[in-house]
Design a protein around this ligand. Structure first.
Ligand code: GCB
Length: 590
């Protein structure tokens, strides 16, 4: 597998096309979602000949039998007769035999296509976990690595009139130098987990656009692809209608004075916007707000705001088990967070879907987004860094225009050492260069110097805007009552956001509040923690870990966990534990 990964790395240098159309929606597009045929290929037979040659992979399965005229040839695979999986969707929850599968699966769909003169076509993937190689009509378009961010390939020249064979090699094998690494506390859902679309654009089109707002002026950079031209921006409700010419670099710049109603959790005001250039036209919705830190406060639109948060995974409540597949799954989670009294979400531990972010914005949640630099990744590897940076840039690129996003976070609970400081220091600098308008953070750790004394010490604090850390007093450390006398030494001068705290309980497991995994224990733990954390100077936000019980292979305790991390305030069916009401009362009490 290691050699295969090297081969893919080499291929990706040659074939990878970075960047995605932003947004993919709001344009002419065709969904390729649906039932795709699949072949499970644990030995990568679809790539290797029996005398395996790394240098010359055979790429056999890209030649879809559907298109063979000579049916007398020996071909030992047949997508037409293969079973199907839903796209989008993880494979683990769609077939019992794939529940624990980590390896290769080949996907195939047939795309009927009719050419329109003067149109360019892009094949856009919302996310594929963890890496993939995409072939169209037996031509390899390229590869992508990173399981949670969008990417695309231009297919204008590869698409044929009539049926087209689209084949995707997907591999979710974990690796020590990957991002995330071998060991992490969530399910490694494999597959084409988010939407696949065919996006049609004119020869010259708007590839991307980015908006910043400083409270008085909205600045827009609009990036054209395929040529230059004039660009128009309209925000009808603000009476804005402006034109500018793109320079030779294909970028048009606007600075527009605006006095919009501001976006905030209490009033998530959004405006329709239309961007056009020649015959290309994008419609979208945007909110206007500012965010910054002053001393130990977070200021939203110039006013102090307390982040009433909860952390969550991108995993659905009941509707489709497993990775969320779309808006309906996202809505169920967001409704639960609303009922909890939240105005803020930590979307952990990797970029969630674009639908999740957009819906959260419409519903008035401020967001923390992060990349999966989780625990101990391979800090010294340049390839690992390049991979992490690419995931970061793809996340920022996708959600740059979302007013809801106020924090980019680069890491979670990473062990302190010089290589890690260099790696994360570079990532933080990159984040600021790419987006100077948002806060930058990392979820750090607290340590106990003795059972009565908690300390947060980390060189990264000098580089981030927030002091964010995870702490599990009453669960991994001490008892709930120990919270009452715990002394804290934390650096002052920055807003403190507790990025995780909590414990486990099985819904319906009632008993003594001294017994682990009972609902009573968990609600006691939350009461003591909330009291303790409220006393911390500079406290500006809280994120209980976490909203919903989530699948994790690290949680095998039979009868209690059964492959679920039970630290949710609700269980996997959405049932509320007692602790849910403790947090809700706290959030609704001011
Ligand atoms: C953590 C991790 C989170 C785990 C959680 C736990 O600190 O950041 O990913 O799921 O603890 O439940 O132990």
């Amino acid at each position: 597998m290691k050699r295969l990964l090297c081969l893919l790395a080499a291929l990706s240098l040659a074939l990878f096309q970075a960047g995605a159309l932003t947004p993919a929606e709001g344009r002419e597009y065709r969904s390729l979602n649906g039932q795709w045929n699949y072949i499970v290929d644990p030995m990568d037979t679809g790539i290797y000949k029996y005398h395996m040659t790394i240098q010359k992979p055979h790429k056999r399965y890209f030649a879809d039998r559907h298109f063979y005229e000579d049916r007398t040839k020996l071909v030992e695979y047949d997508f037409d007769k293969a079973p199907t999986l839903s796209v989008p969707g993880d494979w683990n929850t769609q077939s019992e035999r794939l529940y624990l599968y980590e390896g290769t699966i080949w996907y195939r769909t047939v795309v009927d296509f009719h050419k329109t003169p003067g149109r360019r076509w892009f094949l856009h993937f919302g996310a594929v976990n963890y890496q993939c190689m995409v072939g169209l009509n037996n031509t390899i378009l390229g590869t992508h690595k990173g399981g949670f961010t969008p990417f695309e390939f231009e297919v204008t020249d590869q698409l044929k009139e009539g049926p087209n064979s689209l084949v995707v090699w997907v591999n979710n094998t974990r690796g020590v130098s990957e991002v995330p690494t071998l060991n992490y506390d969530w399910w490694n859902y494999g597959g084409i987990t988010r939407d696949v679309t065919l996006v049609g654009v004119p020869e010259v089109f708007i590839k991307d656009w980015r908006m910043r707002f400083d409270g008085k002026v909205a600045s827009f950079d609009v990036f054209l692809d395929g040529g230059s031209g004039s660009v128009a921006i309209e925000i009808p409700e603000l009476g804005i209608s402006k034109k500018a010419c793109a320079g030779r670099d294909g970028v048009a710049h606007f600075k527009i004075k605006a006095a919009p109603e501001l976006w905030s959790p209490d009033s998530p005001r959004m405006y329709d916007i239309v961007l056009s250039s020649g015959s290309d036209r994008i419609t979208d919705r945007i909110g206007f707000r500012t965010v910054r830190v002053e001393g130990e406060e977070i200021l939203l639109n110039g006013k102090p705001v307390f982040l009433k948060g909860v952390a969550m995974h991108d995993e659905s409540i009941g509707i489709n088990p497993g990775r969320c597949r779309g808006e309906e799954d996202a809505k169920a989670l967001l409704d639960a967070a609303k009922d909890l009294g939240c105005n803020f979400l930590r979307l952990a531990h990797y970029p969630h879907s674009e639908q999740m972010v957009r819906l959260a914005e419409e519903m008035g949640f401020m967001l923390w987004e992060e990349i999966p630099c989780y625990w101990n990744i391979d800090w010294s590897s340049e390839e690992t860094y390049a991979n992490a940076e690419n995931q970061l840039l793809e996340m920022i690129g996708r959600d740059y225009n979302r007013a809801a996003v106020i924090i980019w976070s680069v890491a979670n609970e990473t062990p302190r050492k010089p290589e890690r400081l260099e790696f994360l220091g570079k990532l933080i600098a990159k984040t600021r260069a790419e987006d100077p308008t948002r806060l930058v953070s990392a979820a750090l750790e607290k340590k106990l110097t003795d059972p009565r004394h908690a300390v947060v010490e980390d060189e990264l604090i000098g580089l981030t805007d927030l002091l964010s850390f995870n702490q599990y007093e009453g669960w991994y450390d001490g008892t709930p009552a120990d919270c009452d006398s715990l002394e804290w030494s934390i650096p002052s001068g920055k807003p403190v956001v507790i990025s995780e705290f909590g414990g486990g309980a099985l819904f319906g497991n009632h008993g003594s509040d001294k017994e682990l995994f009972t609902e009573e224990y968990l609600s006691l733990l939350y009461r003591h923690n909330l009291e303790m954390l409220s006393r911390l100077p500079g406290l500006s936000g809280l994120c209980p870990w976490c909203l919903k019980d989530f699948r994790s292979p690290k949680r095998p305790l039979a009868g209690i966990q059964d492959d679920f991390n039970r630290k949710g305030l609700i269980d996997e069916q959405g049932r509320r534990k007692l602790a849910f009401f403790v947090v809700r009362d706290y959030y609704l009490s001011d």
